[in-house]
Design a protein around this ligand. Structure first.
Ligand code: ARG
Length: 461
């Protein structure tokens, strides 16, 4: 009987592995996270072997009961269990443990299976479950954003292009821009499930298992929607990991854009938001400081997501068929990105719910910077002046205002008339910031009425 940490492939070898080989090659330190999925997959495989008459019903049930016992041992003792069962990887640790408990019956479990299709099954199960959790967290965050948009459907602030004040917008409209980005992220994650949720077990090492294992039965047991169509592809495919890493990266990038704005908006110069003390940090030297570490970390971690995606794609590039040990590199990348995006989604949700939006400061910021200049041009256009000419006339008015330190809304009627006779008293009303946002009554526009319609549409999905 082998000892509980022996290699699954020791038969052909006459020398003990070098210490450095094990240090370099072993993956238990990180793939131990797959123990539940590995046991789940093995239980399904035991059912498959029993249906193929490779195992008797009795043997299969002995294996299954013992695997469940091993699972509860690990559930209970975690780290201690892994220390006591040091092995090359999670698959070896569990299989060796099984054999050390039930002997030869346990040694039958790996019939018709390779660690190549086994690890592909484990990581697909794990990724599927985690992406489903990410979807739930993303839905919660999206809901928070929708609720905030509803609350601020008519709060006015400057909209920016080139980080220069451009036109007045409503805060609800701004928030819904992120709701749209997150909605697309949600769609991407949801669509990816159908490509992740495919069973590779039965592919064996490369050519397919040599036993009549009912793969559809295994798929049903493990909740997979389909089975893989080609054994070579099945053991070499990590597209679903690259795809998940991309989806996480893009979501991370969206959140980094928002984070950047939160950092700017919390500065003394902007002061559009006040971050709750519970979600800010201080300085060890400067007593007055309150730092936006949360959005800064979100911005920073988006770089890390891109790094993980790039690393995965680079591992895959030029890799010959079929399984190669390079593929072991997939795990730490996907584990890390999933862990980080989950905590980001949770903290972003709480952070947002605890922000104070400084409405007066936002409104005041719209009073300077000529955010209503486009409305002046539009006003003249509506009087029959071609837009290009109206644009030029308005440009001249702005130069005049800058020179005379005036805003558009404190020009006298006399001054307006000097630039064009079409200006009448109603221009004063038309260039009020409230009027400016109210006129954007177009599907997808910033008018409060449209923001409420957009909220309703978002709530409907
Ligand atoms: N630890 C390996 C991995 O993560 C498991 C598969 C090993 N297969 C093999 N033929 N050595 O990819």
């Amino acid at each position: 009987m082998p000892n509980k940490s022996s290699k699954l492939w020791s038969g052909r070898f006459s020398k003990k592995s070098a210490k450095l080989l094990s240090e370099f090659n072993d993956s238990l330190s990180f793939d131990k996270r797959l123990y539940k999925e590995d046991i789940e997959g093995s239980i399904a495989h035991a059912h498959g072997l029993s249906s193929a008459k490779v195992l008797t019903k009795k043997e299969a049930s002995k294996i299954i009961t013992t695997l469940k016992k091993i699972k509860s041992q690990i559930d209970k003792n975690g780290e201690k269990w892994f220390k006591e069962n040091q092995n090359e990887d999670i698959h070896s640790a569990i299989e060796n443990k099984l054999s050390s408990i039930i002997g030869d019956t346990g040694r039958k479990l790996h019939t018709g299976r390779s660690r190549n299709d086994q690890v592909a099954t484990d990581i697909r199960l794990w990724t599927r479950n985690e992406i489903k959790e990410i979807i739930l967290l993303l839905k919660k965050l999206r809901l928070t954003i929708i609720n905030l948009s509803k609350k601020h459907y008519k709060t006015i602030l400057p909209g920016y292009t080139h980080l220069q004040k451009a036109q007045a917008i409503t805060l609800g409209h701004y928030l819904l821009a992120y709701e749209q980005k997150l909605k697309r992220d949600l769609e991407r994650f949801t669509e990816s499930i159908k490509r992740i949720n495919v069973l590779p077990l039965g592919a064996g090492a490369v050519a397919g298992a040599g036993f009549k294992i009912n793969r559809n039965l295994l798929a049903t047991k493990l909740g997979f929607e389909k089975i893989t169509e080609n054994s070579i592809d099945a053991v070499s495919d990590r597209d679903f990991i690259a795809e998940s890493l991309f989806n996480i990266s893009l979501l991370g990038i969206h959140l980094s854009q928002w984070a950047e704005e939160m950092i700017l908006w919390s500065t003394d110069e902007f002061n559009y938001i006040t971050i709750s003390d519970a979600y800010a940090t201080g300085s060890s030297m400067m007593p007055q400081k309150k730092n936006p570490d949360i959005p800064e970390l979100i911005r920073g971690k988006s770089g890390r997501f891109l790094g993980n995606l790039t690393a995965m794609l680079t591992v895959l590039k030029g890799l010959p068929m079929a399984y190669n040990k390079d593929l072991q590199e997939d795990k730490e990348l996907i584990f890390d990105s999933v862990d980080q995006i989950k905590i980001i989604l949770k903290i972003t949700n709480e952070f947002l719910q605890n922000i104070k939006f400084n409405k007066e400061k936002m409104y005041k910021a719209t009073q300077t910077g000529y955010l209503n200049a486009t409305e002046v041009a539009d006003y003249l256009t509506k009087k029959g002046i071609p837009f290009r000419s109206a644009h030029e006339i308005t440009g001249k008015i702005i130069v005049y205002c800058i020179k005379n330190k005036k805003q558009l809304n404190n020009l006298t009627m006399d001054e307006w008339k000097r630039f064009n006779k079409e200006f009448n008293n109603d221009i004063i009303e038309k260039i009020k910031l409230e009027s400016c946002v109210n006129t954007k009554k177009i599907h997808g526009g910033t008018a409060p009425e449209e923001v409420m319609k957009a909220v309703k549409r978002a709530e409907g999905k």
